[in-house]
Design a protein around this ligand. Structure first.
Ligand code: MV4
Length: 493
């Protein structure tokens, strides 16, 4: 492998290029008109424009990407996450064009792309599953009698869904038939596949996922878990490794289950097996993600493994560079996602110009981003500015380090989710580890961001607005948007 094309943009494109560069592999960026000045374009050895700003005209157009690879002589394509990363047709086209796809086989993606297909594959290998139907519901009356046996509440899920899309909670037997019918028609219209299945509803679950990695020689290992329970509308906000709740025995058991799920799909390369964990530490297989995930850095921090390098080695046909016994958890890592969204307006995107952008530094801090001061955040894509990742000797140090890093992070010009991330780091439920997927809904409201430091926020907002030559009228949004952090106020004093 001499030259790799990264079929993505932003922080993940840069992340992949960094590993390629360390391995002596040349890189090719592709970019849309909106990304002409992006860092990933400048970082790459070569860059090719593949179309208009809209993803549907650029980052999602398979033929343009493959043509760019041919034009530049790239012999491999890494898809990153999002866009075409879990598209089996793309993986197949790449391979059929004689180019190495850095990821699993198209067949594995197809199996795991269907939730029912994934469950069917996993079931044969002794992987615990939430009680429910393991085939698509076609007769509502039959499904209702199964739901009645399981006991309510139950969840109706779309097989082609994911990330919470197409889920229905049914509280009572009387509501089942109607909800099932509407879930099926919604699944049909949203995903083009009307199959749905039912599961017992787990009321207070944690979302724990296992990173797996396999090669094409039959080796498969797990790189422990990531706890991702702090989510907002199925969007992860905080991820950490390891999970505070897992015991070594449960960790090993889950890890080995994840490896069996992956083997069931003939899997190779990096993948993630998602589980729900209940209050008694029972765990249940949910689905498998067949890509490198946004939150992969926390796994890298605790294992010392460069997952992208390993993906490239596996794609070159090499054996994994480590065995299960080589792997151990070192310390604790937390990641927060920094979005250009305003926590005081229910997280409306607040795209615009990064008037001030200074990243935190110092021991145990890693920032994966794709922006520089003065850049505009384009409206066309996901509004994530950066991932802020810390590593500490234990969870307590990691939390203190994250608070310190958030304090150092200076962003002005757009509102960000940093104040919200700080709220999480300071929250008793997060600090104690007693939280589940309901954390945000249960504890967060925008007023919480101002509860303790209203005066400080007001002063900081007015001073920074003054610095930026903006209007000095105070409102909550200005406070979040134009006050990078309290340090600036202190400096002025
Ligand atoms: C569940 C569940 C409770 N019980 N399944 C949401 C996304 C999809 N991957 C699965 N999801 C859930 N499935 C049963 N049987 C609760 C959720 C869920 C959830 C899961 C992980 C992280 C955040 C969540 C937020 C709401 C619901």
């Amino acid at each position: 492998m001499n030259k790799i094309l990264i079929a993505n943009r932003g922080e993940i494109a840069l992340r992949i290029m960094r590993s390629a560069r360390e391995m002596g592999i040349k890189t090719v960026a592709v970019f849309s008109e909106a990304d002409r000045k992006s860092l990933h374009v400048r970082y790459a050895d070569e860059a090719i424009c593949i179309g208009e700003a809209a993803s549907s005209a650029s980052y999602l157009v398979m033929d343009k990407i493959i043509a760019a690879a041919k034009q530049t002589g790239a012999d491999a394509i890494h898809p990153g996450y999002g866009f075409l990363s879990e598209n089996a047709a793309f993986a197949r086209k790449v391979t059929q064009s004689g180019i190495t796809f850095v990821g699993p086989s198209a067949e594995s993606m197809e199996v795991m792309g269907s939730k029912l297909g994934a469950k069917a594959a996993a079931k044969k290998f002794d992987v615990p599953m939430v009680p429910g139907t393991d085939t698509a519901i076609d007769k509502i009356e039959d499904a209702k009698s199964i739901a009645d046996q399981i006991g309510y509440p139950v969840l109706i899920k779309a097989s082609a869904g994911g990330g919470g899309k197409g889920m229905r909670l049914v509280e009572k037997s009387e509501q089942f038939a109607q909800e099932a019918a509407s879930a099926m028609s919604e699944a049909k219209s949203s995903f083009g596949d009307g199959s749905v299945f039912i599961e017992k509803y787990i009321g207070s679950p944690r979302h724990v996922e296992i990173q797996v990695m396999g090669d094409t020689h039959g080796n498969m290992v797990y790189l422990f878990e990531r706890e991702c329970s702090v989510q907002r509308r199925h969007q992860k906000v905080v991820e950490e490794a390891p999970s505070v709740v897992l015991t070594p025995a449960v960790r090993k058991n889950m890890g080995e289950c994840a490896v069996r799920v992956a083997r069931a799909a003939g899997y190779y390369n990096a993948g993630t097996v998602e589980f729900l964990v209940d209050e008694q530490l029972n765990f249940y297989f949910l689905e498998m993600n067949t890509r490198l995930q946004v939150e992969h850095p926390v796994t890298e921090m605790i294992t010392g493994i460069d997952l992208v390098k390993e993906q490239i080695r596996v794609a070159r046909g090499e054996r994994l560079s480590f065995t299960q016994d080589d792997l151990a958890i070192n310390g604790h890592s937390i990641e927060v996602r920094v979005y250009a969204e305003d926590p005081s307006t229910n997280f409306l995107p607040d795209i615009g110009n990064l008037k001030i952008y200074k990243i935190p530094q110092g021991p145990g801090v890693r920032v994966d981003d794709g922006f520089e001061e003065g850049m505009d955040i384009p409206i066309y894509y996901d509004p994530m500015i950066a991932k802020l990742i810390v590593h500490g000797k234990d969870r307590e140090e990691a939390i203190e380090r994250m608070k310190r890093a958030i304090h150092e992070y200076q962003i002005a010009g757009v509102a960000t989710t940093l104040p919200f991330c700080l709220f999480v780091m300071n929250h008793e439920a997060f600090v104690s580890g007693r939280f589940d997927t309901h954390f945000v809904g249960t504890y967060f409201s925008p007023e919480k961001l101002f509860a303790d430091n209203d005066d400080e926020a007001r002063i900081a907002a007015m001073l920074s607005a003054h610095l930026l030559g903006a209007e000095t009228t105070f409102n909550a949004q200005t406070a979040l948007k134009d006050s990078p952090s309290a340090w600036k106020k202190n400096r002025l004093e």
